[in-house]
Every structure is written in C-alpha cells, then in structure tokens.
Ligand binder design. Structure first.
Ligand code: ATP
Length: 325
C-alpha cells in the first residue's frame, strides 16, 4: 500500500457530525498523486463536507485526514500551502478585471510582486483568458468566471486542487472547454485534481471515482471498473428471423435473450466479441447489430437507487426505487 507521503489525499475513518446529523461516516480514502479523483453522489451525500474538512475549513469530529502528506488538524498551515480550492459558488469581485482579481489574490497570499506578475500572466494563458485580462469580471460569461476561479486556485502552485462541482450551471460546450483546461493543467503541472460532481460527463473525465451516499463511500474504482462490475454490454440484433435468433442465443451461447419489435436484446460481458461470433456461428443472417456499454448512470443507480439525471432534477421517484437492483 502507498504511504501517506505518496498519496495526495488520505483519510482514515474520517467523520463529521453536525449536532445529531452524521454528514460523513468512517471515510477511508487513498488518492494517488497526479490523478483526477471524482466524488460522485446525490445531494446531501457529504461531498462538500468532505472537501471542507480536507481543505481545513471544517474540523472533523472523527478520524484523520492528510493532504500532500500533512495532517489537516495538526498541520493546517502546511496543508493550506499545498492546496488550491475552487468553491461551488462564485466568490469573485465583479468590479475587478481578471488580471486585478488574480494579482489581488496573489498579494493576499504573500506572493512577491515580480513573481506575481509572471505567475498571473502564465495562469491567464493557461486558462485562455489572456485576451480578456483587462475586462471586468462582471462582463464575463459563467464559463470565463469559472476558468478565472481555477486560475486563482492555482496561484499558490498547489499540489492538490479541490474543485466543488466545477462545471455546475454551465452549458455542455463550456463544460468541455473547462475540461480541456483541466486536462492541460494536469499534463503541464502534474497536480492532483479532487472534485465533486453530479455530472456523468464530468465523472467520465476522472481516473478514479468514489460514489458517496448517506455520508459513506458505496464503491470506488476507475469508471471502466465500476461499469464492468455493474452490468455487461447491451446487444441489440436485427436478424432475418428474430425469434429463431433469440432461441439460438439461449441454446448455443447460454445467454438469456428476448425478441421484440426492436429486435433481439441481450446482455453480455463483451458485446464487441459476441457479435462476430454470433454472425459466424448462428446461421441466421444479421441485418444490424448495436452494442451499448453500461453507463455511469447505471452504476450510480445500482449503488444509490437514483439516476444521476433524476438526482439533478428532483427527489427520488417511485420509478427510481423500482429500478434499484
Ligand atoms: N452547516 C451544516 N449544519 C448542519 N447540517 C449540515 C451543514 N452542512 C451540511 N449539513 C448536512 O450534512 C449532510 C451532507 O451535506 P453536504 O453539503 O456535505 O452534501 P453534498 O454531498 O455536498 O450535497 P450537494 O451535492 O447538495 O452539495 C446533509 O445532510 C446536510 O444537510
């Protein structure tokens, strides 16, 4: 197992209770340096509480946590020196220009003036805001503000950048742009990104994911591992004789299949391997074949009883509960 020093974030039985409300319970995390780690979970799962404890904004009521090898309670200053934070809500001063906002922040953090000029210019370039550096933040779009906040989070050259729902409220196109910048940042600086999210698309960008519900981690792994664990590929075949094809799938391949107006539907671990095998061996002409891999929404539903899409738009529905496996 990696030691605390080799990990960007490590928690041991970490917990937080607000009065009688347990928000985070027995959290054990080990996040390697240099990865993009995503915390996925429904509203109220405990994601923000966890980030706030890791960033020394909130004192844990149980367990321990280390960021870049330092204890968040015993060495808060060492932790703060090594992290950057991008909050869920914007905290920018609308009257400042992009450049002023960064320089002001650099001054607050005691970055020397000469160094600050260079750092600010490099960060504006990194997030693609050099052209707009003299415009007031008030005139910026939501995506530009987010990029500026990411640049601000990087001013102190952190080893770990925490981002609480980095692209919430942004349109899909802007989300893509933000992610291009985050990937570039990872490549150029090798820092660890630790983020919370409700978005499937965002979760897909992560190297490692943990799904949290009711203050606890339900499951952890790479997006591919989590998907493979929950369900196989869905294969939809259209053939010259769907009824016979469904029977052959059962008899010859030992896989349960159903035939209906849409064709023959079945679930198999590796759909891309199954289709050519079926074409070669079944003796029934195949007109078309579609292979759909499992989605992170399937994974989220399996572990939390909710779909991410339903989660974003409202509370748990009867349908969601019925779909829980
Ligand atoms: N200051 C507080 N006082 C009391 N309870 C709180 C406080 N902050 C959070 N909670 C409770 O702790 C639990 C976890 O909240 P938290 O904000 O960490 O969840 P989250 O996963 O970040 O949710 P969201 O996705 O909505 O931001 C919830 O039950 C919430 O109501």
């Amino acid at each position: 197992m990696a030691t605390t020093d080799e990990l960007a974030v490590r928690t041991e039985d970490l917990g937080k209770t607000y009065g009688d409300t347990p928000a985070v319970v027995g959290l054990d995390l080990a996040v390697p340096r240099g990865v993009t780690f995503g915390f996925l979970g429904p509203n109220g799962a405990g994601k923000t509480t966890t980030i706030n404890m890791l960033c020394t904004l909130l004192r844990p009521t149980a367990g321990r946590a280390f960021v870049a090898g330092h204890d968040v309670v015993a060495e808060p200053h060492a932790v703060r020196e090594r992290l950057g934070l991008v909050f869920q809500e914007t905290t920018l001063d609308m009257d400042l220009t992009a450049q002023e906002a960064l320089r002001f922040h650099a001054e607050l953090f005691g970055v020397p003036w000469r160094q600050s000029r260079r750092t600010v210019a490099a960060l504006l370039e990194l997030v693609g805001l050099t052209e707009c550096r003299s415009r007031p933040v008030r005139e910026f779009s939501g995506g530009m503000r987010r990029r500026l906040e990411i640049a601000r989070g990087l001013l102190t050259a952190p080893q770990v950048l925490f981002l609480d729902e980095p692209t919430t409220g942004l349109d899909p196109q802007t989300r893509t742009v933000i992610w291009e910048h985050l990937h570039r940042l990872r490549q150029e600086r090798g820092i660890t990104l630790f983020l919370t999210t409700h978005h499937l698309e965002e979760a897909e960008h992560c190297d490692l994911l943990a799904i949290m519900d009711n203050g606890q981690v339900e499951v952890e792994g790479t997006p591919a591992e989590l998907k493979a664990e929950v369900a196989g590929d869905t294969v939809l075949l259209r053939t010259r004789d769907d009824v016979a094809a469904a029977r052959v799938v059962g008899e010859r391949f030992g896989i349960e299949a159903s035939s209906g107006p849409e064709g023959v539907r079945l679930s198999v671990a590796d759909g891309a391997a199954f289709v050519p095998k079926f074409c070669a061996e079944a003796g029934i002409p195949v007109v078309s074949a579609t292979v759909t891999p499992p989605s992170l929404d399937d994974v989220f539903l399996h572990h939390t009883g909710r779909t991410i899409r339903a989660e974003r738009s409202g509370p748990l529905t009867v349908e969601d509960v019925g779909r829980r496996r």
